[in-house]
Design a protein around this ligand. Sequence first.
Ligand code: MIG
Length: 847
Amino acid sequence: MSRLRYWTRRLRDLGENARRIGPTQVILTLAYGPRLAWYRARFPTRPGRPASVRPRLAAAFHLLLDRLPRMTRPTPQPVGDLQTVTNLPQGLALTCTAGYLTLEALGEHHLRLRMVRRPPMPAYFSYATLPVSTTATVDRVEEDEALELRTAALRVCIRRRPLQIDIHTAAGEPLISCLTLGWEGEMPWLEQALPEGLEGYGLGERAFPLALRGRRYSLITRDPETYRPGDDPLYINIPFLVTVHEGRACGLLFDSSYRSDLDLGHTQPDRLRYRTTGPELRLDFLLGPDLPGLLERYTALTGRMNLPPRWTLGYHQSRWSYETAAIVRRVAAEFRRRRLPCDAIHLDIDYMDGFRCFTWNPQTFPDPAGLIADLHRQGFRVVAMVDPGIKVDPNYAVCADGIRQDCFLKLPDGSLFHGPVWPGECYFPDFTDPRVRAWWGEWYRGLVEVGVDGFWNDMNEPTIFGQRTFPEAVQYHVEGHGGDHRQAQSVYGLQMVRASFEGLSRLRPDRRPWVFSRSGYAGLQRYGSSWTGDNTSAWPDLALTPAMLLNLGLSGLSFTGCDIGGFVGAPTPELFARWFSMAAFTPFFRTHAAKNTPWREPWVFGPEVEAIARRYLNLRMRLLPYLYTAFWQCATRGTPIMRPLLWEDAAHPAYRHRDDQWLLGDHLLVSPVLTPATDRRELMLPAGHWYDFWDDTPVAGGAIIGRAAPLDTVPLHVRAGAVLPLGPVQQYSDELPHPALEFHLYPPPAAEPVVSWLYNDDGETLAYRRGAYSLTRLELRRDGDRLVLTREHEGDPDLAGPAPTVVLHGAYAAAVALDGADLGLTGSALALPTAHWQRLEMLPARD
Ligand code: MIG
């Protein structure tokens, strides 16, 4: 973006914000810049060293010095020759001329490389990863020129002079070539070759198209206030890169929470270059070798999503803000009156008393328990925002108690750090301290007692007004290791969500906590979900959304979504209709809008758009059993709910950049319109056979086809052979306690069987962990003229639901046998007499 445009936008945003926060806040915000400079002079932080305290006079002197231009950048130095090698239980320790490395095989497909200046290697500590129980057998081969480390799946070749590492599969196919390491001043770096044809994905939340090669990425959390395509970095930092080359998928977790950057063929098209400002370089390398395998391994390493409560899969309506209880009631009533399904209403910061977390504004929300009870009676769940900033106010219980219990972050001289956010000057809890996390979690009690169901953690990049964050010297506990903001910034949100999640788990032990967050780091999925923050109401921003969500899913954080319509601005009815119908096929389905924007409930755009919204809300409810199963797959295997076409065939060149289509779950292909004034689009059907969801037309895959896509149509295709379990339309996800399902069968053209899954449980408690779940495996195949559906069931038979109706697409049955007995049924909709069966045979005739 041009500088001029950038500054005009910044000024406009500043103007808007100034109006919003008032003159005192504006002054505090303006004063924060100089304060930061002062902190920098007074509490200097040098790479690789803890922050120190300078006397005030010296600091004043340095404040002036800081204004002078920076020194030239140090030139990169390679780590040099390998000097000594020692064996470690799972690998090798390598002493080089300018660095000390360890290389360990933590699994047959998992290597961990670490580098520091000199031995010893510090004890391993990470906020991203879970403890690994190592199973790999490693072999070491030493030769003059090189040595080799081998597992059943990997061969690592280490050249001695100078040190260079190559990684191959056991069969000798290259995975990483010419990996070199070194230092740039105190900053460790790593380089490797990017062979032609390799593409990069993942890297968390990126406002870029799906394929990431050719650009440079900043690895740090940041609140951009609002963003457009191309802005980088954003709120979430997940330093996990997925590479796909010749169909093989690898994962590279650059696990340093310090500010880092990754040049993915930007400066040099054929080189990857990673650099961190932290004292240690750490790379966890994973071989898929396919994408499902890679995501399974990556989420074994960094954790998987917990099954969320089922209602979170429904539609959420939000706005900054529904300012009063009366407005909330009116909006809720309107959804029910118009028969627009809705599961949750969100309360943004204005429900609080002067932005004090864990309080209610007594004027606008005088009776939160009564309001929430009424909403619950109508089937709504309530989600409330909680920010990290605690207003500096001795009469505010959270502040007073936090001071008393020493929970807030401090500067190196022991004074409490404070900075301006919504409530005015705020203190900030140290979420890297387990004691403070427990304290924080307890504050949710009040919200839980009045019945709030879900929680929204915002501003945790962490943000200070004016696109700023805390001074680098702010001191943290870091689980007893001690550290400062340089290390903690990127994990602040992660640890805040953890505190919230753990607190809620204690407060409601048998209910699934649900927290969604704006910021996070690798592993966030263990504690919560996310959304893509303050996007913009414009067509390019709509088109960007699927790519962002797909890359988040490939980074282990699949339960995520966007503000429908774009947070900032006012979508036209057409843009809103396209955005809304697209988002019905993304994991987190929520409309939200900024302050001072027009209302954005599905009915405000007129009857045509309202009907479109209703159509996709109804379909979302119908798809709930299928979607819930996709969530279960994500929770058990790390499989993204929303998957790029690459998932089907990682070697297919045409899928490499495809980010305007995706697979939702195993069998549904979604191809929304993302451009204005469009009534038709081209879409790519992966190999195999497909059915048009809307009109049952069978279509051969492995081709690009055209499909009419008027404003009310998102082209959808179902894989031939699939069984799509559809539920009834409900106004909210648990309106009907045990709804009967329809099994929609899409007959496969060939004999090859296709497997479909259906998972169910009570959708709310942790009873599923004690066996109260139902897992159904459905296999559909063609046997000559007959269609055969076999069913295997595991778990609690009662949770399998009532007897389903089988619906045949593109065929009808002339005779039906269930477990060998003729049912005497014919047609395309077959109401089965029982829920418990093994084999359904249909003698179909084509329509
Ligand atoms: O400074 O709570 O991204 O969703 O509506 C803005 C008010 C703070 C930013 C969030 C947005 C939310 C808004 N928040």
